[in-house]
Design a protein around this ligand. Structure first.
Ligand SMILES: NC(=O)c1ccc[n+]([C@@H]2O[C@H](COP(=O)([O-])OP(=O)(O)OC[C@H]3O[C@@H](n4cnc5c(N)ncnc54)[C@H](O)[C@@H]3O)[C@@H](O)[C@H]2O)c1
Length: 253
């Protein structure tokens, strides 16, 4: 898909991987809609990149529809959706205080998996209404999973389940949306230097980085954004899940 001049919406665009993605797409000439539940984060990023801030929750049909309608009215219609919004948890299936509360499990599934699905289904309906571009189709969706989809650690049961669901949606979504000229790809990041990890003490960051074969450091949000650019721009990549992890394989704990 052509990035320059295209309307794009980035969920979780107010921080971390989504912020870097919003910045890169804007630098490449896209009209970027920064959608985040953190209104201040969305405003800050949108103001810096000349984009449009939209506060909302990915799990809400009303919020998502309103945001996507705005993005669909820009340029030649919505062409790019990048789902970066997500939350983590640390809770065991059976912890010291007993079984993991069901609502804690459901909350992670709701934001990460149902939220991604909600954005995909509502965005697909809008992208499908755009004119097909010669050799490029109508649009592209990029979702964010995690290497925890494959090697979930102890305490990551809900997070792993949510990200595994995102990985599993990649192929059926790509197969189904192909007839509309919409591609669907997924990135499974390893460990990235976002506000979450950057807040850890240097020692903890160093020990995480030491587990990464090469380069032995945390990934940068810009490296994530660069992969989004590739998945958006190359018209032949579809239904793919790309690990972006410096050959990291997470250990049980
Ligand atoms: N940072 C990493 O090392 C890493 C590794 C693997 C996967 N990921 C995934 O990448 C994505 C981005 O992570 P990050 O590190 O940039 O995190 P982050 O916390 O910096 O950014 C996530 C953003 O999503 C927003 N958000 C959360 N729930 C939302 C909701 N319901 N509706 C709308 N916005 C919501 C938050 O407000 C925040 O701005 C997440 O899905 C995360 O699981 C991150």
């Amino acid at each position: 898909m052509k990035i320059s001049g295209s309307s794009a919406l980035v969920t979780g665009g107010g921080s971390g991987l989504g912020e870097a993605t919003a910045r890169l797409l804007a630098a490449e000439g896209a009209i970027v809609h920064v959608f985040d539940r953190d209104a201040a984060g969305a405003e800050r990023v949108a103001a810096e990149i000349g984009g449009v801030a939209i506060a909302g929750d990915v799990t809400s049909e009303t919020d998502a529809s309103a945001a996507l309608d705005t993005a669909a009215a820009a340029g030649n219609g919505l062409r790019i959706l990048v789902n970066c919004a997500g939350i983590g948890t640390a809770a065991r299936l059976l912890g010291r205080d007993g079984p993991m509360p069901l609502d804690a499990f459901e909350r992670v599934i709701r934001v990460n998996l149902v939220g991604t699905f909600n954005m995909m289904r509502l965005a697909a309906a809008r992208i499908a209404e755009t004119a097909e571009l010669e050799g490029l189709g109508r649009g592209v969706i990029v979702n964010t999973a995690s290497v925890a989809a494959f090697e979930g650690q102890i305490g990551q049961i809900a997070y792993s389940a949510s990200k595994g669901g995102i990985v599993s949606m990649a192929l059926p979504a790509a197969r189904e949306l192909a007839r509309f000229g919409i591609r669907v790809n997924t990135i499974a990041p390893g460990l990235f230097r976002t506000p979450l990890l950057a807040g850890l003490p240097q020692e903890a960051q160093d020990s995480l980085a030491a587990a990464i074969p090469g380069p032995a450091r945390l990934g940068t949000p810009e490296e994530f954004a660069d992969t989004v650019r590739y998945l958006v721009a190359n018209p032949y990549v579809n239904g793919e899940v790309i690990r972006l992890d410096g050959a990291l394989r997470m250990q049980p704990r």
